[in-house]
Design a protein around this ligand. Structure first.
Ligand code: ZN
Length: 490
């Protein structure tokens, strides 16, 4: 097991040696999506970043419990404590149950994650399934004097907390600046201070997502679920908390305050944040018209796209940059990523067909050693891909005979290349050609079965039986129905 992995801890603002609390177990919590719309480009980066960390830690021999939540309640518009619940609003507009909305977009998130070859987390808890735990946490914070109840709502008392602890240590914000810069917003009048945040909100009569609590029939504040669910599944202290940089303030800052207020200490030892994706140099936003969903990206159906991009090209594009750098999306950058991906996949296909020699001119141990060094250095995927690019050149040189490897070295190169590319970086061949081939075989079976129907109607039973028997021999089970036929592959 490697002990040299260093990660950038957002809390200490430096790279720190990663040593799990209870080796070989690692507890990792990552903030997942709020499920009120189709997953977009902004969802892809944290998903791929923490998938890589999950895969790499697992490969290093750790047993990782990876918890990634689904926010299906309490996330109000503009991330503020006022306004409509994002999911309830969508449900109202589409005349559906809020849980139908949450389920629909959880499904589309899962579909996109599968396409990006992002592994499912070990546990995927939903906020609405953990109301009891959230109420218990509010009670603890109230008992310790860091919250107050007003008109059925409970707010976190940032000022009281700041007398004992430091509010703002993750994002580097100073409370006095926050005090000077925040102003009262409509609908927040019942708070003592505008920077206090809701732990529990009393539901207004039109609010549909509501639960009983000691304070009112209402709903939990958005920040609460992550504190409650991380503690439930990972304990009061765990190793890594991750998420996008946009969540650092206020979401993660509030999470820290809640955990410290309830337990007296930080919950996460390390905070890891991925940077954001910009589009042609601009922040992504619905009002800017540059909001691209993953479905549009994979289909090429957004007006900013000159073509469709495969999920693997998007994954490769994300991995090309270090997770803490900003990443600018453009058609040119995606096309370059697509070319890089094709070179990598072509080299991987070439490897098993290379002819061994009786001596080696290359040191194959460098590939794994150099990639490991890059990933141990704060998951530097940009350097790891540069190492792979060097070896793609070597593989091409082996193909034309300007370099040589013994059979044993060739086997090691093949094994290491596949391990790094497929298992750790999570890159697989999802090329359009494969997808088309699958569609083509379905079309061909339908074509044959339609010819069989014609043969049957002209009483040519010999041909009809021949088609059915030969398809059966190929593993296709054909069933005659009233409408015509049904078939399945065994
Ligand atoms: Zn969260």
């Amino acid at each position: 097991m490697s002990t040299t992995l260093q990660l950038y801890n957002t809390l200490s603002r430096k790279k720190e040696n990663f040593e799990p609390l209870n080796p070989p177990h690692v507890g990792m919590y990552v903030c997942g999506p709020t499920v009120y719309g189709d997953p977009h480009l902004g969802h892809a980066r944290p998903a791929v970043t923490f998938d890589l960390l999950f895969r790499y830690l697992t490969r290093l021999g750790y047993r990782v419990r990876y918890v990634r939540n689904i926010t299906d309640v309490g996330h109000l518009e503009n991330d503020a404590d006022a306004g409509e619940d994002k999911i309830a609003k969508k449900a109202r507009l589409e005349q559906l149950e809020p849980m139908e909305i949450a389920q629909r977009y959880t499904n589309s998130y899962h579909r996109a994650m599968q396409q990006l070859n992002v592994l499912p987390p070990s546990i995927e808890p939903r906020a609405s399934g953990h109301i009891m735990e959230q109420i218990a946490l509010v009670r603890e914070i109230l008992e310790r004097g860091f919250a107050y109840e007003i008109g059925g709502s409970v707010y976190f008392d940032v000022e009281a907390y700041s007398k004992k602890y430091t509010y703002g240590k993750l994002s580097g914000r100073v409370l006095s600046d926050l005090m000077a810069n925040t102003r009262d917003l409509d609908g927040q009048d019942d708070k003592r201070n505008p920077f206090d945040f809701a732990l529990w909100k009393k539901a207004s009569p039109e609010h549909i997502m509501r639960w009983e609590s000691p304070w009112s029939v209402g709903f939990p504040g958005w920040h609460l679920e992550c504190s409650a669910m991380s503690t439930k599944y990972l304990g009061e202290t765990f190793d890594i908390h991750g998420g996008g940089l946009d969540l650092m303030f206020p979401h993660h800052e509030c999470e820290i305050a809640q955990s410290v207020a309830a337990c007296g200490h930080d919950a996460a030892r390390m905070w890891v944040h991925n940077n954001m994706i910009t589009i042609n140099g601009q922040k992504m936003g619905k009002s800017l018209g540059n909001f691209i969903t993953l479905e549009e990206l994979f289909a090429g159906s957004h007006r900013l796209l000159t073509q469709a991009y495969s999920p693997m090209a998007v994954r490769f594009f994300i991995l090309q940059a270090h997770y803490r750098s900003t990443l600018d999306f453009s058609n040119e950058a995606l096309q370059a990523a697509e070319k890089g991906l094709q070179r990598l996949l072509a080299a991987q296909k070439t490897l098993p067909h290379l002819k061994p020699s009786d001596k080696s001119t290359l040191d194959v141990s460098r590939l794994a050693a150099d990639c490991r060094a890059a990933l141990n250095d704060d998951l530097n995927t940009a350097v790891a891909l540069a190492v792979l690019a060097e070896w793609i050149k070597n593989i091409n040189a082996l193909k034309v005979g300007t370099e040589a490897l013994t059979a044993a070295d060739m086997e090691k190169l093949n094994a290491d290349f596949t391990l790094i590319t497929s298992d750790i970086l999570g890159i697989k061949d999802d090329s359009q050609a494969d997808a088309n081939r699958k569609d083509l075989s379905a079309d061909l079976v339908n074509l044959l079965l339609n010819l069989r129907l014609q043969a049957k109607s002209s009483k040519d039973f010999a041909t009809a039986d021949k088609i059915r028997n030969e398809l059966d021999a190929l593993g296709v089970t054909v069933k005659d129905t009233k409408e015509g036929f049904e078939w399945s592959i065994r």
